[in-house]
Write a new protein. Structure first.
Length: 126
Protein backbone atom coordinates (compact mmCIF):
# COMPACT_ATOMS: atom_id res chain seq x y z
CA UNK A 1 0.00 0.00 0.00
CA UNK A 2 1.32 3.42 -0.93
CA UNK A 3 1.01 6.29 1.54
CA UNK A 4 1.30 9.90 0.40
CA UNK A 5 3.75 11.15 3.01
CA UNK A 6 4.00 14.59 1.36
CA UNK A 7 0.57 15.49 2.72
CA UNK A 8 1.70 14.89 6.30
CA UNK A 9 5.12 16.45 5.84
CA UNK A 10 3.61 19.58 4.27
CA UNK A 11 1.10 19.94 7.12
CA UNK A 12 3.83 19.54 9.72
CA UNK A 13 6.08 22.03 7.89
CA UNK A 14 3.25 24.62 8.03
CA UNK A 15 2.79 23.78 11.73
CA UNK A 16 6.46 24.59 12.44
CA UNK A 17 6.19 27.78 10.35
CA UNK A 18 3.37 28.88 12.65
CA UNK A 19 5.31 28.01 15.82
CA UNK A 20 8.38 29.87 14.51
CA UNK A 21 6.55 32.91 13.07
CA UNK A 22 8.07 36.28 13.90
CA UNK A 23 5.53 38.92 14.82
CA UNK A 24 1.74 39.00 15.00
CA UNK A 25 1.04 39.47 11.29
CA UNK A 26 3.28 36.60 10.20
CA UNK A 27 1.84 34.44 12.99
CA UNK A 28 -1.75 35.19 11.93
CA UNK A 29 -0.99 34.18 8.32
CA UNK A 30 0.95 31.06 9.36
CA UNK A 31 -1.79 29.86 11.72
CA UNK A 32 -4.42 30.35 9.00
CA UNK A 33 -2.26 28.40 6.55
CA UNK A 34 -1.66 25.55 9.00
CA UNK A 35 -5.04 25.15 10.76
CA UNK A 36 -8.60 24.91 9.49
CA UNK A 37 -10.87 27.74 10.71
CA UNK A 38 -12.29 25.56 13.48
CA UNK A 39 -8.99 23.83 14.21
CA UNK A 40 -7.95 23.06 17.76
CA UNK A 41 -4.80 22.67 19.84
CA UNK A 42 -4.72 20.64 23.05
CA UNK A 43 -1.73 19.85 25.25
CA UNK A 44 -1.23 19.56 29.03
CA UNK A 45 -1.16 23.36 29.34
CA UNK A 46 -3.77 24.48 26.79
CA UNK A 47 -7.07 23.49 25.21
CA UNK A 48 -8.05 26.03 22.58
CA UNK A 49 -9.88 26.29 19.26
CA UNK A 50 -9.85 28.78 16.40
CA UNK A 51 -7.02 30.75 14.86
CA UNK A 52 -7.03 33.57 17.43
CA UNK A 53 -6.73 31.26 20.44
CA UNK A 54 -4.10 29.06 18.75
CA UNK A 55 -2.04 32.18 17.95
CA UNK A 56 -2.36 33.25 21.60
CA UNK A 57 -0.92 29.91 22.79
CA UNK A 58 2.01 30.26 20.38
CA UNK A 59 2.60 33.86 21.49
CA UNK A 60 2.59 32.76 25.15
CA UNK A 61 5.20 30.08 24.41
CA UNK A 62 7.44 32.68 22.76
CA UNK A 63 7.03 34.98 25.77
CA UNK A 64 7.99 32.15 28.14
CA UNK A 65 10.94 31.07 25.95
CA UNK A 66 12.17 34.18 24.09
CA UNK A 67 14.60 33.54 21.25
CA UNK A 68 13.85 29.81 21.11
CA UNK A 69 12.80 28.01 17.93
CA UNK A 70 10.81 24.84 17.37
CA UNK A 71 12.35 22.11 15.25
CA UNK A 72 11.25 18.61 14.24
CA UNK A 73 12.71 15.81 16.32
CA UNK A 74 12.62 13.24 13.54
CA UNK A 75 10.52 11.95 10.69
CA UNK A 76 6.78 12.47 10.32
CA UNK A 77 4.70 9.28 10.44
CA UNK A 78 1.17 9.30 9.06
CA UNK A 79 -1.78 7.31 7.81
CA UNK A 80 -5.32 8.20 6.77
CA UNK A 81 -5.89 11.75 8.06
CA UNK A 82 -3.57 11.40 11.07
CA UNK A 83 0.13 12.08 11.57
CA UNK A 84 2.53 12.04 14.49
CA UNK A 85 5.88 13.70 15.01
CA UNK A 86 8.27 14.78 17.74
CA UNK A 87 9.64 18.26 18.27
CA UNK A 88 12.13 20.21 20.35
CA UNK A 89 12.20 23.78 21.57
CA UNK A 90 15.78 24.90 20.94
CA UNK A 91 17.71 27.71 22.63
CA UNK A 92 20.31 29.87 20.91
CA UNK A 93 23.10 27.71 22.37
CA UNK A 94 21.63 24.59 20.74
CA UNK A 95 20.23 23.08 23.93
CA UNK A 96 16.65 21.82 23.84
CA UNK A 97 15.12 22.09 27.32
CA UNK A 98 11.60 21.31 26.06
CA UNK A 99 10.59 18.40 23.84
CA UNK A 100 7.33 16.76 22.95
CA UNK A 101 5.27 14.64 20.64
CA UNK A 102 2.19 15.73 18.70
CA UNK A 103 -0.58 13.87 16.92
CA UNK A 104 -2.50 15.83 14.29
CA UNK A 105 -5.57 15.16 12.20
CA UNK A 106 -5.99 16.78 8.81
CA UNK A 107 -9.00 18.06 6.95
CA UNK A 108 -9.73 17.49 3.26
CA UNK A 109 -7.77 20.64 2.38
CA UNK A 110 -4.65 19.36 4.15
CA UNK A 111 -4.88 21.84 7.00
CA UNK A 112 -4.82 20.72 10.62
CA UNK A 113 -8.15 20.03 12.30
CA UNK A 114 -6.79 18.92 15.68
CA UNK A 115 -3.49 18.80 17.52
CA UNK A 116 -3.02 16.61 20.57
CA UNK A 117 0.31 17.51 22.15
CA UNK A 118 2.35 15.69 24.75
CA UNK A 119 5.28 17.14 26.69
CA UNK A 120 8.14 14.69 27.09
CA UNK A 121 10.73 17.04 28.59
CA UNK A 122 10.17 20.33 30.40
CA UNK A 123 12.54 22.43 32.52
CA UNK A 124 12.00 22.48 36.27
CA UNK A 125 9.69 25.30 37.28
CA UNK A 126 8.22 25.76 33.81
Amino acid sequence: MSVNTDRYENAVARYFEAWNAAGPEELEKAVAAAWSADGSYTDPLADVAGHEQIAAVITAAHEQFPGFTFRPGGAVDGHHDTARFSWELVAGDGSAPVAGFDVITLGEDGRIRTVLGFLDRVPAGA
